[in-house]
Design a protein around this ligand. Structure first.
Ligand code: AHR
Length: 634
């Protein structure tokens, strides 16, 4: 019989409390159209096609003009605004289509706001929400406009729920208004913060209990060219001053073009730090290292011009941690957070490779370590887990005594099953490993056919078992990407899928969650003896940890095969089992099983009591399953 022996009395290395985390990037409408709860797309008319997302509403009797102007703008950073002029024979104006529609719920409140300036006459403004079938959901009238820019707001309460509502902004009588920063926000956001984040999506993150949050990317940090890189300083302060930038996922994939994908930065660096604090995750910001994406232009900042980039990194640390008397600490305090955000890690570049990266990394590391020796730096090792770029990076970064190296891997499930022992032979005295991006691909990388199925989730669980068993070398790991909007994605698979009103976790989501909430504090040695006649390549793996708080042993077992495995379990060193042992099972009928909006919990953890009364017992692990056993032992 297969046996699993856990040395309960021989606790090994401590497990990093921040071991299992999440990686957020604005891809697949992850921020604008996703986590950032703004419902109006192109709210400040700054898209290159200033009317993208907007269309004219002009009933037959109506006469008027719609023009985009830039003179005497509301805000110089986002200078375009809309002038609506009406002759007043009927309602006349514009409507916004939202991000593939606007998701609104019956009875909930939605705050409309806009910067408005009177240009002529004394017009009244009708703000209306219409459902996808043309039903009026609610409307409100605003009047009494000033000849100076002023913010006006009103609350709409839709009479029914609609995933694809539209917002109408219409002049009721003759006159002209200048309009900018047109916004519609649910009042129910995460923590009910005005202009905040989608509560249901943040809840999904909170439920993962992530140890860290890596942000804001990903390739988005690098930019396809340097002028499109992510610059954190442009993402803090009043939202209207955050200069819009094209999202690189707008045009990256010819097979998935998303011409309306831009970054408003409403979810900016302050909000990222705040989110980390809210969900108890260590912040791990990634900063551009003076290199544009090497899959695109690969543009390089000359070494003698790197200082402003390094200064951005130093200022970011001061923004997060500095006293309120420091320049950037004062800005954090002015934004409402005098207490430091306790930043302890910083990533230098995303997926860079080659001597150009090493040279630049070394400059950043010198400057940052001189000023902030306590900050752990995360270095890149390219986009693949084993190619020559990866080998080169590791060799050089080892010489530079890098703290943590960020490995990435998107590969077939087989790769993950076959690499469970990858870290067994890693040098225990070198840099630590951060598996910063990984996901099993049922088809191949960047294929639109990739599915978030059970087999992929089990492959990831098996690999996570390998990481857990090597927790003295692997200090952190995160699945990628995190979010995808079902109507606006560029990349699949993803951990969490949403549309304008709904959200569901994939089988991979539940794997991440099970590891995170069953992390344990110390590794326990596990010896697995597989039944001798089992076929080679058997997908059966186990790891164990101890949870100091509850005194429980946590055993994780993946059976990725199509037959159940009955195993003898020996909890060596334990005299007796205490309390009510628990079994948490993630399983499905077949490897292709998936979750969906209609069946969000088809593959989801089921908890039951494990009826055992001794530290030696047999248990059958079902086919295609991931099991977590929590057993109190003495
Ligand atoms: O996760 C999607 C992309 O994959 C990330 O932006 C990048 O780092 C990797 O290539």
């Amino acid at each position: 019989m297969t046996t699993i022996t856990v040395q309960v009395d021989q606790p090994g290395p401590a497990i990093n409390p921040a071991m299992w985390g999440v990686f957020f990037e604005d891809i697949n409408f992850g921020a604008d159209g996703g986590l950032y709860a703004e419902l109006v797309k192109n709210r400040s008319f700054e898209f290159p096609d200033a009317m993208m997302g907007w269309f004219k509403i002009s009933p037959s009797k109506a006469r008027g003009t719609i023009e985009v102007h830039t003179d005497r703008p509301f805000n110089a950073a986002n200078p375009h605004y809309l002038r609506i002029t009406s002759e007043g024979h009927d309602l006349f104006g514009v409507a916004n289509e939202g991000f593939r529609g606007m998701g609104v719920r019956e009875g909930e409140s939605y705050r409309f706001s806009a910067q408005i300036r009177l240009a002529a006459g004394d017009p009244k403004l009708r703000i209306a929400l219409y459902g996808s079938d043309g039903t009026l959901l609610d409307s409100v009238c605003i009047s009494g406009f000033s000849p100076d820019w002023r913010k006006y707001s009103a609350v709409l309460r839709p009479c029914s729920t609609d995933p694809r509502a539209k917002l109408y902004v219409l002049l009721e009588n003759a006159g002209a208004l200048d309009i900018d920063m047109v916004s519609l926000f649910p009042e129910k956001t995460w923590k009910n913060r005005p202009g905040g984040l989608r509560a249901d999506l943040v809840q999904m993150l909170a439920d993962l209990r992530p140890g860290f949050l890596r942000f804001p990317g990903g390739c988005i940090v690098e930019g396809s060219e340097l002028d499109k890189r992510y610059q954190w300083k442009n993402t803090i302060g009043p939202v209207e001053e955050r200069k819009l930038l094209i999202n690189r996922w707008n045009y990256e994939f010819i097979h998935r073009p998303t011409p309306d994908y831009y970054q408003s930065f409403g979810l900016g660096f302050f909000e990222f730090f705040q989110l980390c604090e809210d969900i108890g995750a260590e912040p791990l910001p990634i900063i551009n290292c003076g290199m544009a994406c090497q899959f695109n232009s690969g543009e390089l900042v000359p070494i003698d011009q790197l200082d402003p980039y390094i200064q951005d990194a130093l200022d970011l640390i001061e923004f997060a941690n500095g006293p309120t008397t420091s320049t950037w600490g004062a800005k954090r305090a002015a934004l409402g957070h005098p207490k430091p955000f306790n930043l302890r890690m910083l990533g230098i570049g995303n997926e860079q490779w080659g001597p150009q990266y090493i040279e630049r990394y070394a400059r950043f590391a010198d400057a940052i370590k001189t000023r902030y020796p306590e900050i752990q730096l995360v270095a890149a090792a390219g986009p693949e887990p084993a190619d020559s770029r990866f080998q080169f990076a590791w060799e050089k970064l080892r010489e530079l005594k890098a703290d943590i190296i960020d490995e990435h891997c998107y590969a077939k499930p087989e790769w993950f099953f076959n690499n469970v022992h990858r870290y067994d032979s890693y040098d225990r005295n070198g840099p630590k490993v951060f598996m910063g991006e990984y996901a099993a691909q049922s088809d191949k990388v960047v294929s639109v056919k990739n599915r978030n199925n059970l087999e992929c989730a089990l492959a990831e669980a098996a690999y996570m078992i390998g990481m857990e068993r090597n927790a003295d070398v692997v200090c952190m790991a995160a699945y990628a990407p995190l979010f995808a909007h079902a109507d606006a994605w560029q990349w699949r698979p993803n951990l969490i899928w949403c549309d304008n009103l709904r959200v569901f976790g994939t089988p991979s989501y539940y794997v991440q969650q099970l590891f995170s909430i069953n992390r344990g504090n110390r590794l326990l040695p596990v010896n697995l003896e597989l039944l001798s006649e089992t076929r080679s390549g058997q997908r059966f793996f186990a790891s164990a940890t101890r949870d100091d708080a509850s005194g429980e042993l946590i055993l994780k077992v993946v059976n990725g095969d199509d037959a159940p495995v009955t195993a003898m379990l020996n909890l060596a060193g334990a005299k007796e089992v205490t309390g009510k042992p628990k079994l948490i099972l993630l399983a499905g009928a077949k490897p292709s099983d998936e979750n969906s909006f209609d069946e969000p919990k088809r593959v989801a953890p089921q908890t039951s009591v494990l009826s055992i009364d001794s530290p030696h017992f047999t248990h059958t692990f079902p086919a295609f399953s991931f099991c977590v056993l929590r057993i109190g032992v003495r």
